[in-house]
Design a protein around this ligand. Sequence first.
Ligand code: ASP
Ligand code: MG
Length: 407
Amino acid sequence: MALIVQKFGGTSVAGPERIRNAAMRVKSELDKGNQVAVVLSAMSGVTDELVGHARELSSLKTPEALAEYDTVVASGEQVTVGLLALALQEMGIKSRSFLSWQVKIKTDETHGKARIEEIDAHIIEESLARGEVPVIPGFQGVTAEGRVTTLGRGGSDTSGVALAAALKADRCDIYTDVEGVYTTDPRIVTKARKLNKIAYEEMLEMASLGAKVLQTRSVEMAMKYKVRVQVLSSFTDAPGTLLVDEEEVMERRLITGIAYTKTDARITLAGVADRPGIAASVFGPLADAEINVDMIVQNVSADGTTDITFTVAKTDLARAEDCLKKAQAELKYKKMITDPNVAKVSVVGVGLKSHAGLAQKMFQTLAEKNINILVISTSEIKISVLIAEEYMELAIRSLHTAYGLEG
Ligand code: ASP
Ligand code: MG
């Protein structure tokens, strides 16, 4: 008998009919003789709507306001857990829901994007021991003081993996509306291929570089606690994608996928004095304003001044401009140029660790298509380039072909 955590995303619980379908998935796992604990998202669209209501009434600037924001947006998951328990009971399966404060899923106090610190799973274990299917809301937690928190958008993936880790489950199945993890977005490349397996660290890069199937933090957690995560569709019976250790990926492929984001904007400070401490004076004020900087390039100077180019989230662009205008007197840059119409395209694969020619293939492919690279950044297993947004799809398609990722 195996213990499986099944996590269903928003589209998989988007109404009574879909919830009944999810209940059937639970039943078929039980019929195999397994134990099942379930983690759910809110119905798709509901969290957006709740966020909208909260924003209409509040600028959400104070800690108290953020705490109330969590009270509001966590409610979507309370509805679905109750409904799934009802659907299971109706099928003759014993089932109860347990909210985050009942479980308890303990988090820090960072309302709106809290981190799970500990799950006290004994209530769930007792429920399983009674032969029930416990149903737990994803996305929500509780502070030491007993206030409800939420884990950041998409956070129910993390709840699912965290619960699987706490229960030492044999597997965590993440049900969504796609059949797994693809070499790239199938909406852009129709020949994108579903991966049977992907290494944790590759998935971590893919998720943080824009592949939206899993919340990045859930992958970090799966990697840390060695949770066997499977991503699969709740609408078909196709096998999904399994997250595994690098050694377990049997296909000896070098490049695994192409990820992209359109959420960043570029800032260039032209004619900045080239002296020690200049980077600290540019990025210090941004860090103080909690603006994350992603890609950075700085040139060596010929005439004592240099240009620094970097990216920030589009949503932070206006604040970043403000911040840098205020620092003008100190930084003495000649010009600030900003551009929101950029995209980051990334090639991911463990092969980059050992095969030097793989990076060159990316630059060559983009050169052949006449796509100008604005910024490059690399890590052990990924190369990202910043390009004009209008060339993004062309870049993705060309790279997908160049690396032979087609099915
Ligand atoms: N319902 C939350 C959201 O939409 C959490 C999740 O679905 O993962 O962000
Ligand atoms: Mg999700």
